[in-house]
Write a protein that binds this ligand. Structure first.
Ligand code: NIG
Ligand code: FE
Length: 432
């Protein structure tokens, strides 16, 4: 039986082509007043004036949106949610002047999370991540990418990806897994240049084939950055990943310019992420290649860096910009996606329509899911978020607040006040 979503003050549909919106296309988010949405069998089947749809579907059950704003569920296309303990000590260290890369050189940063994750069981990691996913969902995220990358050994990377697979089966969210074995060079492979090469060989010859054979990830990613993976290593690893059937993504030009964006374009990556230090040539290359530029303003803010990614230049060049939280224990420990919209408007100088497009339809495109989610339109999955505001412009405005009242994925309740504002597992955790 169909369900009719009624009584919303606005419905922001982002309806349009089922692909990334580029440049000026990002300015059109499509707002319906007095509208309604009809959902059946997990999909949107109609949108339009409420009076018409109520007449057309007289037997539909109704969900009262209580004059809130209904949007496509938010698509967080870049997170590192599989880790053990938080790394709060590093925040104070950075405040005292020790840089992010300096902390990593001293064996902290990502290396600290690697030591910690290796010592934990799959079950423990699953339950830690499940709690975090509930908090991400509580802010309106309905599609979530999760990366491995704190294992950095064959077994620990597979363990992390299995946790993601269990989360995808247990939680109502749509979850996409990314293999990030190339997050760092692990400390035990650093004695000589040869052993660094051995780790790259381990990724290419053992990790990628296992990940692909067990269908444990949709994408492979790499931290391509001066001081981490070189351009040549990145090209080698990502070419192998693509050959094994994985989509490709890059952490590119996050802290220093290094040609990562140009490489992403050359390889036809689905997305290049971070880009705070991208070159002008990198901006043009990404726009030309149609690679989504995923910007993560929370990371730069949390690291205390003043330089944000040049979002306006990307849009002016005709690129597709997405936004994501980069949720991770080192550089962006936030679950609050609407806060990223605030930063996008206030620091990246996006309009609200551009920011909403970046957080929905372009996030979906950054995961190869633009045909399925990111907009409220007939044929799309019924992935919806309801916010307790009267105008979409209030979403970035009430910054740091919690305004998501409810959400649905495939028409099934996700963030749900009926379950104490949490979601109900699709299967009991013990059964997975
Ligand atoms: O996206 N840059 C690499 N990876 C993460 C940070 C990981 C960490 O510090 O734990 C990022 O910023
Ligand atoms: Fe990241």
């Amino acid at each position: 039986m169909p369900t009719l979503f009624v009584n919303a003050s606005q419905i922001v549909t982002c309806a349009g082509p089922a692909r990334a919106r580029r440049g000026a296309e990002m300015r059109d988010m499509q707002v319906l007043s007095d509208g309604a949405v009809v959902v059946d069998a997990g999909k949107v089947i109609a949108t339009g004036p409420q009076a018409d749809l109520a007449r057309q579907y007289p037997n539909a059950s109704q969900i009262d949106c209580a004059r809130g704003v209904l949007t496509p569920g938010l698509v967080d296309s870049h997170t590192h949610g599989i880790f053990g303990k938080p790394r709060h000590a590093e925040q104070e260290l950075r405040a005292s002047g020790v840089g992010y890369m300096e902390i990593a050189k001293q064996g902290g940063g990502i290396h600290g999370s690697v030591r910690d994750l290796r010592s934990r069981s799959e079950d423990e990691l699953f339950h830690l991540a499940l709690g975090r996913i509930r908090r991400l969902a509580a802010h309106g995220t309905t599609t979530l990418e999760l990366k491995s990358g704190y294992g950095l050994s064959l077994e620990d990377e597979l363990k992390s990806l299995r946790v993601i697979r269990r989360l995808a089966a247990a939680s109502p969210l749509r979850i996409i897994a990314t293999f990030l074995g190339a997050h760092e060079i692990p400390l035990e492979f650093r004695a000589t240049p040869r052993t660094r090469d051995e780790y790259v060989a381990l990724i290419v010859n053992e990790m990628i084939p296992r990940v692909a054979a067990e269908s444990l990830a949709t994408f492979a990613d790499i931290f391509c950055e001066p001081g981490v993976y070189t351009l040549a290593e990145s090209r080698h690893i990502l070419t192998a990943a693509r050959g094994a059937g994985l989509g490709i993504k890059l952490h590119a030009d996050e802290l220093e310019p290094g040609g990562g964006a140009e490489l992403a374009a050359e390889l036809g990556a689905t997305s290049a992420d971070h880009l705070a230090a991208v070159s002008d040539g990198g901006i043009k290359a990404l726009a030309g290649a149609g690679t989504v530029a995923t910007l993560l303003p929370g990371t730069m803010m949390f690291l205390g860096r003043t330089k944000q990614a040049p979002a306006r230049a990307f849009i002016d060049a005709g690129a597709a910009v997405a936004l994501a939280t980069d949720f991770n224990p080192g550089t962006s420990p936030t679950v609050n996606f609407p806060l990223m919209l605030t930063l996008a408007v206030s620091q990246l100088h996006l309009s609200v329509a551009e920011a909403v497009t970046a957080a929905t339809v372009n996030g979906a495109a950054a995961l190869g899911l633009a045909h399925e989610t990111g907009q409220i339109a007939p044929g799309m999955s019924a992935d919806l978020a309801l916010f307790d505001i009267g105008d979409i412009r209030e979403l970035p405005y009430w910054y740091g607040d919690h305004r998501c009242a409810r959400s649905w994925v495939r028409g099934i309740a996700c963030h749900d006040p009926g379950a104490d504002g949490n979601f109900t597992l699709l299967q009991p955790a013990s059964a997975i």
